[in-house]
Structure formats: structure tokens, C-alpha cells
Ligand binder design. Structure first.
Ligand SMILES: [Fe+2]
Ligand SMILES: [Fe+2]
Length: 487
């Protein structure tokens, strides 16, 4: 009953008796009871507890967001457990054929509720939080913790940081004074992410923050899964662009097919090639693109892309996920390439959406084209296109691939938030920024796979230096990553 005391509540003996007899998870029950109280309650009565239990039995939660009984990752996990001998590439989860979005206001509300409840679940393992509506006068001067979605974050004229946080029960203003120890850390807060805070309540809708908590990855040094063989991670071929590096691609394909001498012996170990989007250059993606195209018909671009991949020997499985240049809807999450172009590709090809969870030889790979890296670089201090892996680590810390809503990434508000990183993948693979970045973060191999397009005129003007024709190769047994250079 310490939990209630910590949150500033007293328990009436009748309430205590009912709670003691409750057969289910005590943690969930405590959250449910506290979540169901209005701000004026200081003593929890038996009637509060029984009304909470009757809500729960009727399948409803006093939260406007229902409590999940199982972690959201259970679906994926179950799928993986069902196929323990997985030796090939399998698609575990993506949006293809499952879009529910109609773009109405209700869709947005539901989308953000799903984001909130899934990330809150991760945070609540480490933070004993209370609903915002319970921060009434009685909490004045007391230390409280809560989990909220960042509605706004700004720096005031006086130099303090102000974060507006919302949960399904209300809103609160979190203040970080400019001389506070955590002030610098608070510059990493981005809009629309879900965050935990602890601070002193003024009993009047404001909290003076003492600490910030991001959901983050569990502390692990190695992924749980192990496979065999190697996977090559590539992206951003931009076939159809006059900057597509035909020669480099041919060198890569001959190496992979064993047509040239390979002192490393690695080519023979490759079982998978994963492509994280921008397979073709597309048509009308940016103003003036016409002048940059070698192939001006979108279908011919895919025929040419298929030729590039069809020449890879049949022992290699190819996984293709789309990007913002590809022939699928621009709003993310994106479905797999349409059948009209799938038919050009022969051999063992798995078409996935963006983002997509796949397993390679049982090893989980989260593929995301990486458009949100644009948003991260704009908003988070210390990030740049030269080190895309750092932006990807920010995704892992937030357990979300694209938290900032309504900026560069156009996100369709689906019923489920497909961007929540509900469990740690063994590999996080992105592209989009045309630079190569490799890191390991809490056991996750973080890899951005560069491009096959040389520097465009536009990139030259913008002083953007792409790193083309570099291929990260992952040993699925040891998770060691190396770079192969075909430039
Ligand atoms: Fe690209
Ligand atoms: Fe892209």
C-alpha cells in the first residue's frame, strides 16, 4: 500500500480489504484505481475500488485509454515463437493491406491515444506515475511523477523551458528553470513524444521538473536472437536518376555472384539483401526532377531496378521496403510496392512496407526508410546528416521512429501507431540521408546504409556529401558489422 502513500493517497480499511483479495496484477490495479480518481480525492474508499473493478470486469477501463493487459510486442513475439526454426526472411508486421485511416479528427485522437498508451506502458515499468487530473490543490508542494505526450515545448523570454504535457485525463505545464541541472537535457525534448517527468507540483497545473525520463531500450549488450550467414543492408538506389552509379552496382553484383576474386570470403556467406527504400528515383518528387532523370517513365525505372536485382544469384533473398521516392502513397506508413511493379522482380523477393518488422534467419530487423531523420536533425542539438546513426539512436531512446508530427514526415493517423518500437530489434536499418552510419546502442545494431546515387547538382549546391556504393554487411551470428566499398 506504499504505492498509494507515495502518490499522496490514504486508504480506507474497507478499500484495503478489497485490494488484498484481488487475484490479478497488483501493479495494474493500483494504476487503474489511481487513474479513476478525480482530483479532489485524498482518501480512497471501498466504493472507489469496487467501481474500478466493475469497470474492468465490464471490459472498460476508467482510463479513456484502455489499459493493455499484455505488452504490445506480444503479437510479434508470438509470431516469432510460432516459427522458432525460421531460416528464411519473414515479414512480421507492416501496413500493407491494413490501412484504416480516413483522415478524420477521430483518427488523430485514436492514433495519439495508441501512441501514448503503448509508450506509457514501457515507461511505467520504471516510473510510478499518476494521472494529470489528480494533480489538484492537495498536491501543492509535493513531488509527483507523470507520463505525458509533449504538446508543445518552448523557451520563454526569460530563458526557462516550458513543456505542455497531456495525458488522457488532462494537461499540465512543466517548467525547467534555466539554471536547473537538467536544463541542457531538456533541449532534447521534441514535440509529440511521450515522456515521463518527476517534479514538484504547485497544485495549480504547474510542475517544477526535477528529472526527465525517456522510455529508452532495456539495458542489454547483445540481442537475444542469433542467426547464421550474413545480410547486406543497402538503400537509396535511385534507379532512373542520371546519378545512379551503374558501374559501382555492377562491381557489387559481380562480387556478390562470386564472379570476381573475394579474399574476404564474405560473398559466399550472404543470404539476404535488405533495401530500405528509394529503389527508383520516381517522377515529380521534387521541383525540377525531370532534368535529373535518365529514365522518365516510372515503370521503366522499376524495370531497370528489377534488372539490377534480378542479376543477383538466386541463393540470396531480397527484401524490398519503399521510401519517399517510390511508387506508393507518400503518407507513412507506406505499403509494399504495388503488384504492377512487383512483377518485374524475379527470384526470392519479399516485398515489405515502410516501416516493417522482418526476421532474417530468426533475427529481427526493423526497417524504416528514415524520413524522420530530417526532423531529428532540425530539432535535436548535436545531430547532423554526417552521422545519421546518432539520429537513429534518438529513435531508440524514444521508442519511436518518427515522433514529431506534422513536420517533414507526413504521417497518416492509423489506428495503431506503427512507429512505436515496441520491443528491441536486433537491427535497426534506415536510409534516406545518403550517408553511412553504424553504431551499437544497447545491443541494437544501428545502421544507415548510404546510397547508390552520386552527388546531384542540388546536393552540390546545398553542400551535401553523399557516401555512395558503401555496403554494410552484418554477420547474423555475431552481429558484427563491416563496410564493403564498391565506389
Ligand atoms: Fe534517397
Ligand atoms: Fe528518401
Amino acid at each position: 500500500m506504499r504505492r498509494f502513500a507515495e502518490q499522496g493517497y490514504q486508504l480506507e480499511p474497507g478499500a484495503l480489504e478489497i485490494i488484498r483479495r484481488y487475484p490479478g496484477s497488483m501493479h495494474d490495479l493500483v494504476l487503474r484505481i489511481i487513474g479513476g480518481l478525480d482530483g479532489s480525492v485524498a482518501v480512497i474508499l471501498a466504493s472507489h475500488v469496487s467501481s474500478c473493478l466493475s469497470h474492468a470486469e465490464a471490459g472498460r477501463s476508467p482510463f479513456s485509454i484502455p489499459l493493455r493487459k499484455e505488452p504490445p510486442e506480444s503479437d510479434n513475439l508470438k509470431l516469432s515463437l510460432d516459427s522458432p526454426s525460421a531460416s528464411a526472411a519473414e515479414l512480421k508486421c507492416d501496413i500493407t493491406g491494413r490501412s484504416t485511416c480516413e483522415g478524420g479528427y477521430e483518427d488523430f485522437v485514436r492514433y495519439f491515444r495508441d501512441r501514448y498508451s503503448r509508450i506509457r506502458e514501457i515507461l511505467s515499468r520504471r516510473l510510478n506515475s499518476r494521472p494529470i487530473e489528480s494533480l489538484g490543490k492537495s498536491t501543492s508542494g509535493r513531488e509527483v511523477s507523470l507520463i505525458g505526450l509533449v504538446m508543445d515545448v518552448k523557451t520563454t523570454a526569460r530563458g526557462n523551458r516550458v513543456i505542455e504535457l497531456e495525458d488522457p485525463t488532462g494537461m499540465v505545464t512543466a517548467i525547467i528553470q534555466k539554471d536547473a541541472e537538467i536544463f541542457e537535457q531538456s533541449s532534447f525534448v521534441v514535440p509529440d513524444e511521450v515522456l515521463g517527468i518527476t517534479g514538484v507540483s504547485d497544485g495549480n497545473g504547474r510542475i517544477f521538473v526535477k528529472s526527465l525520463l525517456w522510455p529508452d531500450m532495456p539495458n542489454q549488450t547483445e540481442p537475444l536472437e542469433k542467426g547464421s550467414g550474413c545480410a547486406l543492408l543497402i538503400s537509396d538506389l535511385h534507379v532512373g536518376s542520371k546519378y545512379f552509379m551503374d558501374d559501382a552496382w555492377r562491381r557489387f553484383a559481380s562480387w556478390l555472384n562470386g564472379d570476381v576474386e573475394d579474399p574476404s570470403g564474405l560473398a559466399a556467406l550472404v543470404k539476404y539483401v535488405v533495401i530500405a527504400g528509394d529503389v527508383a528515383d520516381g517522377i515529380g518528387i521534387y521541383p525540377g526532377q525531370e532534368g535529373d532523370l535518365a529514365i522518365k517513365d516510372i515503370y521503366e525505372q522499376y524495370e531497370a531496378a528489377a534488372e539490377c536485382l534480378n542479376c543477383i544469384h538466386k541463393g540470396v533473398t531480397i527484401i524490398i521496403s519503399p521510401g519517399n521516392h517510390d511508387i506508393v502513397r507518400q503518407a507513412e506508413p507506406q505499403p509494399a510496392l504495388p503488384e504492377a511493379v512487383q512483377k518485374y522482380f524475379h527470384g526470392d523477393v519479399l516485398f515489405a512496407g515502410n516501416p516493417a518488422w522482418v526476421t532474417l534467419d530468426g533475427v529481427s530487423v526493423l526497417i524504416y526508410h528514415g524520413r524522420s531523420i530530417d526532423d531529428f536533425v532540425l530539432r535535436v542539438p548535436g545531430l547532423s546528416y554526417a552521422a545519421p546513426e546518432k539520429a537513429m539512436v534518438e529513435m531508440l531512446k524514444r521508442r519511436h521512429l518518427s515522433p514529431i508530427y506534422g513536420s517533414r514526415v507526413s504521417i497518416a493517423p492509423e489506428r495503431e501507431d506503427h512507429y512505436v518500437i515496441s520491443r528491441p530489434p536486433a537491427i535497426l536499418h534506415c536510409g534516406h540521408v545518403h550517408t553511412v552510419g553504424i553504431a551499437r546502442y544497447k545491443g541494437v545494431a544501428v545502421i544507415n546504409s548510404g546510397t547508390w546515387q552520386s552527388q546531384t547538382d542540388f546536393q552540390k549546391k546545398m553542400n551535401i556529401q553523399p557516401q555512395p556504393a558503401i555496403v554494410p554487411i552484418v554477420d547474423l551470428g555475431t552481429m558484427k558489422v563491416r563496410k564493403l566499398i564498391f565506389a
